[in-house]
Ligand binder design. Structure first.
Ligand code: SF4
Length: 355
């Protein structure tokens, strides 16, 4: 068994086999002092993903390497249990991305593991004598569709007999997407209730940092939505809705998804529509619950970017700030920041040194 490979890529079946052979099961992992280092490392995986977008490095070679490799392998299921119990979309996405980026980084220095990792991720590929990698076009499309740069368009690729020929670094990038998708699909795991008390302290710690991260990332900074910071397009759509005009679907979608992204809940959003003279809640309720994800238990839809708003003919009255942004949420963020700076108390004069 290649224990170094198992520790580097703990999602591989050989890592699970290593853990099964050398450890005493999940109950012991959660409770025994012998596995405290694995639990600490599991927490570090999640915190690294949340705070720094990366899984911190670990020492896997040299003194105590057998012990370190086992702890590394065990830290992976522990981290996944933490993320699963918290079951938050942002955390799961950040964690999946960080694990996938770590795999990508490690593969740069470890080309021997490339085919094993690719096979485990069910990516059909073969190495070429010139150092490039050929990937089946179906896998290429599956894992490149979120990469928007023109260099990733199939039309710009060297395609031969159904395989796309890529530089190895580009191939690694697609593997990264494959692992990220897999982790996002697998989580949350079902964690038995009897395990949860052992996880609670770490869950409380992560949840606190997660709440602070969300507040920081929120366009409103966790504060109430202020009309004065809204972009002109959204203000125009609200004015039309409140005047009782029949909004096109694209405008309704943009408005509801935008207000939801600012943190407004169903009652607050329906309140915007309720000011219309011929308001009928039954008409708006389904749409709002669908767009905000309340109907299917998801986080809801992301509001459209300026390009899409323009294509849909609902980019109304753009002002000078609009020339510098690509998303209405960024408009709000910038106006909110400006507002905060205007209202900040004046800086205290520096204390002069005494003679
Ligand atoms: S440029 Fe963007 S933010 Fe400005 S009005 Fe158009 S869609 Fe709205």
């Amino acid at each position: 068994m290649d224990t170094l490979r198992a520790a580097r890529y703990p999602f591989l079946p050989e890592a699970a086999a290593f853990a099964e052979k050398e450890s005493e099961g999940l109950e012991q992992l959660l409770s025994s002092p012998s596995y405290m280092d694995a639990r600490k490392r599991g927490l570090a995986r999640v915190m690294g993903a949340l705070e720094n977008h990366e899984i911190p490095d670990a020492t896997l070679i040299g003194t105590a390497q057998d012990y370190n490799r086992l702890m590394e392998v065990l830290s992976y299921p522990y981290a996944r249990m933490l993320v699963s119990v918290i079951d938050d979309r942002l955390l799961t996405k950040k964690y999946a991305l960080a694990e996938a980026v770590r795999m990508n980084t490690l593969l740069h220095q470890d080309r021997d593991s490339l085919s094993t990792v690719a096979a485990d991720l069910e990516v059909k590929a073969q190495n070429n004598p010139d150092g490039t990698v050929s990937i089946h076009f179906a896998d290429f499309l599956r894992y490149s569709y979120i990469l928007k740069a023109v260099e990733w368009k199939l039309i710009n690729m060297d395609v031969r007999r159904g395989f796309v020929r890529l530089e190895s670094t580009k191939f690694d990038r697609l593997l990264q997407n494959a692992l990220q998708n897999r982790i996002e699909d697998e989580l949350p795991l079902t964690v038995p209730d009897r395990f949860k008390p052992f996880l609670q302290a770490d869950i409380d710690h992560i949840s606190m940092v997660l709440a602070e991260t969300k507040r920081r990332l929120s366009p409103t900074g966790g504060e109430a939505v202020k009309d004065g910071y809204l972009p002109p397009c959204i203000r125009a759509i609200i004015a039309s809705a409140q005047a009782g005009m029949n909004l096109p679907h694209s405008a309704r979608f943009a408005l509801v998804s935008f207000l939801h992204a600012l943190g407004m809940n169903y009652d607050q959003i329906i309140g915007v529509f309720a000011q219309s003279p011929d308001f009928d809640e039954s008409v708006s309720a389904y749409q709002i619950k669908h767009i905000t994800g309340e109907l299917n238990g998801t986080e809801g839809y992301t509001p459209p970017e300026c390009g899409t708003m323009k294509t849909n003919g609902i980019c109304f009255n753009p002002d000078e700030l609009c020339e510098h942004i690509h998303h209405p949420l960024n408009y709000y963020r910038i106006r909110a920041r400006e507002g905060k700076q205007r209202n900040a108390p004046p800086a205290q004069p520096a204390e002069l040194p005494k003679d």
